[in-house]
Design a protein around this ligand. Structure first.
Ligand SMILES: C[S@@+](CC[C@H](N)C(=O)[O-])C[C@H]1O[C@@H](n2cnc3c(N)ncnc32)[C@H](O)[C@@H]1O
Length: 527
């Protein structure tokens, strides 16, 4: 017997329900469930109907959808199966109807059952999907949907079927490969981590990234660590390294460290070849505990999802230890802007450097900038210091690592001072810090060896920040000891330099630094 349409909803009722479906918080009551089910295949209302029914009692929805299913045409049947899929997490009857739907004679309805069971998962769904796959009597659209569903439900039985599947259907092959990537990464429960103390199997070319302008300071840091820099670019320092990851995690001015691997072509096969090359795979294997979880990114930006999937499948086909996994990733694999290299960036490598950062303010310095200022200040064990615009205290926290001298922290804003107090406490430096809520233009702590600051730049401050900084600069000479120096960032170097030079201070360091699209001068002035 040919299937017939669902019973029609009386016109008044349909109009009332359509109006209710447009209300943001609409939750259907019991009496609305059956009429809504009757609207399920409606081209205009269908999506809203499904959304609304997901909020109704699942058992009621399941009963109404099952009742409507027997007389529905194919399109309506598919819509009903999707609704049953939403109800199935809590309504066993819906689950049973989905499994029965795998034998439905209506092709779209049957496919909808496959899709819903793939999303639902569970042993019974996996077994039923595997049984259907084994029958093999399907049209190409159903076979493709089945490949997707098997990837989602995962488990050894589904995985074995996908891995054994051969086909001339290119679309099915693409979906099979993607399903294999998904089922493998979801099966991965073992921890994956970095081996920080393992030397590399061969000398590496690395790139250390930093804020533009800080390259020479970062190069000096790398040099001290026995990682000789070979070239400086914009915001990057290239180096040769035979160091452990623990050593590579230490430069305080680096925003990221990566191992550089040549890339012949930014295609799926090119990326997979580079990842499994002798320059990459032995290193990834040596430096990773457990599976090598990786995710693909592009320095130029964009998601390029088709390429990501294809590269994941191609890499997996070459080396099963490589598991493309966007969550809990161990390695970020980045295609460089020139598409000539892959950068292998160990995730979270340098996070422990700034453990003092327990409190934040909107204007906080990037910790690598604070580290750069502290480095330029060249403190010794007794150096005393004042940050007159202390904010959350980044600069003083970084400086406190290098000196045991007294510290002075002041700011006009109480919330900033609370953050600075927390951070200096975490840095173990609070006991030797005097904290004051005070105006930088009037406050007068004892003269110090270093005034260090990332002052307001005018982004958040109303009024003429140049005038504020100029007036502060005029106060600096009187607030310094005889060996004193000012190390700071200034957005108005021409204006702030005049009073400093007039007081006999010499500018001994000056370099333009990018604060995220805003260029300022990192300066040091000495007596
Ligand atoms: C860029 S933020 C400092 C960021 C800080 N280095 C950090 O890591 O959080 C500038 C700070 O200057 C403070 N400020 C602005 N005008 C001030 C003034 N006249 N005297 C003292 N502090 C001031 C603001 O409250 C703000 O906390």
């Amino acid at each position: 017997m040919a299937p017939v349409q669902c019973p029609r909803v009386p016109a008044d009722d349909a109009a009332r329900l359509r109006a209710r479906l447009t209300e943001a918080g609409y939750t259907p009551g019991k009496k609305d469930v059956a009429p809504l089910i009757a609207l399920a295949a409606d081209a205009e209302a269908g999506r809203a109907v499904r959304k609304a029914l997901a909020k109704a009692p699942a058992a009621l929805v399941a009963d109404a959808a099952r009742a409507a299913l027997s007389t529905a045409d194919d399109a309506t049947g598919a819509a009903l199966l999707a609704i049953l899929g939403d109800a199935a997490a809590t309504a066993p009857a819906a689950r049973a109807a989905l499994i029965a739907g795998l034998d439905d004679a209506r092709p779209r309805t049957r496919r909808a059952a496959v899709v819903a069971l793939g999303k639902l998962g569970g042993d019974d769904a996996a077994a039923a999907l595997c049984a259907l796959w084994d029958r093999g009597d399907h049209d190409p659209a159903l076979r493709r949907a089945l490949a997707d569903a098997l990837g989602k439900v995962g488990g050894p039985a589904a995985h074995a079927r996908l891995a054994a599947a051969t086909t001339d259907d290119r679309e099915l092959a693409r979906r099979r490969d993607r399903a294999l990537v998904i089922s493998e990464r979801d099966a991965l429960v073992d921890a994956s981590g970095l081996r920080r103390d393992q030397p590399p199997p061969f000398p590496l070319t690395i790139v250390a990234h930093c804020r533009s302008g800080l390259e020479p300071l970062l190069a000096a840091e790398l040099h001290e660590l026995g990682v000789p820099p070979v070239r400086l670019g914009d915001g990057r320092v290239m180096a040769r390294a035979s160091a452990t990851l623990a050593t590579l995690a230490t430069p305080r001015i680096a925003t990221a460290i990566a191992i550089v691997v040549p890339l012949a072509a930014a295609t799926a096969d090119g990326i997979a070849d580079a990842l499994t090359s002798d320059a990459a795979l032995p290193l990834l294997t040596a430096w990773t505990d457990g599976a090598i979880r990786w995710r693909l990114d592009f320095e130029r930006g964009g998601h390029r999802r088709a390429l990501v999937w294809a590269a994941a499948a191609a890499a997996r086909a070459r080396a099963t230890a490589l598991v493309n996994q966007p969550r809990d990733t161990t390695w970020d694999v980045v295609v460089t802007a020139d598409e000539q290299h892959l950068e292998l960036r160990p995730r979270g490598l340098g996070d422990a450097r700034f453990a003092w950062r327990v409190a934040e303010i909107p204007a906080a310095s990037h910790p690598t900038i604070a580290a750069a200022l502290a480095r330029v200040a060249t403190p010794d064990a007794t150096t005393t210091a004042w940050d007159p615009f202390v904010g959350s205290g980044g600069e003083l926290c970084e400086l406190a690592r290098l000196t045991d001298g007294a510290l002075y922290a002041s700011d006009l804003d109480e919330r900033s001072l609370a953050a600075a107090t927390a951070n200096l406490g975490a840095a173990g430096a609070l006991a030797r810090t005097t904290v004051a809520c005070a105006d930088a233009l009037t406050h007068a702590p004892p003269p110090v060896d270093v005034i260090i600051s990332n002052p307001p730049m005018g982004m958040r401050l109303r009024g003429d920040v140049g005038a504020l900084l100029e007036r502060f600069a005029a106060r600096v000479p009187a607030r310094l000891t005889r060996r004193g120096r000012l190390v700071w960032l200034t957005p108005v170097a021409g204006r702030t330099g005049a009073p400093l030079a007039a007081a006999g201070l010499r500018r001994t360091y000056a370099r333009a630094v990018d604060l995220g699209g805003h260029e300022v001068m990192l300066e040091r002035w000495d007596r």
